[in-house]
Design a protein around this ligand. Structure first.
Ligand code: PLP
Length: 429
């Protein structure tokens, strides 16, 4: 099949239902799958062959979503999960256990920051946060127990593009995989093309686009040599007591370079159960069908909003890839030639009070804690998404008191600009 994303988004992983010839992917709303006989069942449980056992572990509808995303990203296989949070948690737990550490960019979604700073810590896994402006900071934070690097491609609020190739190359030196959260930049950036080993998404956002379904997905690039880095990556290279002592880098070899993602499915997902429902997998698949069209519209509209805000005297700062300067601008040119995304932020001369007044006067844009919806959205992060962070942590993630985040949708640009304009005028009082 062609590699054009517009085509893959409609066709990858599915042609027709063999039983009924249905063209649309059916919703296989079943918990269990009948085995042909005991040999068949034993083969499935023993991983001699891959197949459906129980929907917590895999499901034919979810399988199409996984294959489609693996194809779009240029990876080898994927695992869909209950949410983006489950995806980031599993992506780390798959390689790190108590006593280990990971190194993460400071530029993170607030929920991921909490997960890494608190939940991982309680599990005995240390997260070392470093400023991605200096990629070598990842090397300096690395020690013998560092198992993974983690970052977001286009993190809000700063919208500083992450130096994927630069940090992936450092990881290669040490035998450490780079895990990229690509939630904000589907189809705009393919992190595997730049050396990342694992890509994850909150599918809740642009992949679905409709704002109806929570979901997450982890994609394995199949490009990381777990076996060659055996001492550095014990989780994939020592016997796993939870699966008859399987050594994942060896046991999975006959099935292809899918050790990382298969281990995640048959251990973490089996044991912790953060599975996506077939219905939600199907809804996210519906969204992906139009992803290429939507991303184009998001990018065009957000660029127009950035220009509009830049011309207003009551706006002191516009944060959008197009307003980056110096090294930041070079990263935008290198990683975002296909579009600069749908997110932007700005600060008002009137500070926090003006920011709140702006939000309260919006009529078309929704005031919600979400991004990547086809509708335009706005929020005041300091009092919402980032409110559980300390003032210092908020500052480290780039949230100032008067900062407003916009996720620009695919409505007509005139209507978006009219609403933002009238809310800004009202905020001036
Ligand atoms: N990663 C990013 C960049 C996000 O924006 C979000 C949610 O806002 C998540 C992960 C978590 O995803 P979910 O809400 O699907 O759990």
């Amino acid at each position: 099949m062609s590699n054009h994303p517009e085509t893959l988004a409609l066709h990858a992983g599915w042609r027709r239902d063999e039983a009924t010839t249905a063209v649309a992917v059916p919703i296989y709303q079943t918990t269990a799958f009948q085995f042909n006989d005991t040999d068949h069942a034993a083969g499935l449980f023993g991983l001699a062959q891959l197949g459906n056992i129980y929907t917590r572990i895999m499901n034919p509808t979810t399988d199409v979503l996984e294959k489609r995303m693996a194809a779009l990203e240029g990876g080898v296989a994927a695992l869909a999960l209950a949410s983006g949070q489950a995806a980031s948690m599993f992506s780390v737990l798959n390689v790190a256990k108590a006593g280990d550490n990971i190194v993460s960019s400071t530029d993170l979604y607030g929920g991921t920051w909490n997960l890494f700073a608190n939940q991982l810590k309680d599990l005995g896994i240390e997260c070392r946060f470093v400023d991605p402006a200096d990629p070598e900071a990842f090397a300096r934070a690395t020690d013998d127990r560092t198992r993974a690097y983690y970052a977001e491609t286009l993190p809000n609020p700063k919208l500083r593009v992450f130096p994927i190739a630069e940090v992936a190359a450092i990881g290669k030196r040490f035998g450490i995989p780079l895990i990229m959260d690509n939630t904000a930049a589907p189809l705009l950036v393919r992190p595997f093309d730049h050396g990342a080993a694992v890509v994850m998404y909150s599918a809740t956002k642009y992949l679905g686009g409709h704002g109806t379904s929570i979901g997450g997905i982890v994609i394995d690039g199949g490009n990381f040599d777990w076996e060659a880095n055996a001492a550095r990556q014990p989780a994939l290279n020592t016997p796993d007591p939870s699966y008859h002592g399987a050594v994942w880098s060896q046991a999975v070899k006959p099935l292809g370079p899918i050790a990382y993602i298969l281990k995640m499915r048959v251990t973490l997902l089996r044991d912790m159960g953060a599975c996506i429902s077939p219905m939600n997998a199907w809804l996210i698949l519906q969204g992906i069908e139009t992803l290429a069209l939507r991303m184009r519209a998001h990018c065009d509209n957000a660029s127009a909003v950035a220009k509009f805000l830049g011309a207003r005297s009551d706006v002191t700062k516009v944060i959008h890839p197009s307003t980056q300067t110096g090294a930041g601008a070079a990263m935008v040119a290198k990683y975002l030639p296909r579009g600069q995304g749908g997110l932007l932020g700005f600060e008002l001369a009137g500070g926090a009070e003006a920011g709140k007044a702006f939000i309260n006067n919006l009529k078309l844009l929704y005031h919600v804690a979400n991004i990547g919806d086809a509708r335009s959205l706005a929020i005041h992060p300091a009092s919402t998404t980032h409110s559980q962070l300390s003032a210092d942590e908020q500052a480290a993630t780039g949230v100032s008191p008067g900062y407003i985040r916009l996720s620009i949708g695919i409505e007509h640009i005139d209507d978006i600009l009219a609403d933002i304009g009238q809310a800004l005028d009202a905020a001036k009082g």
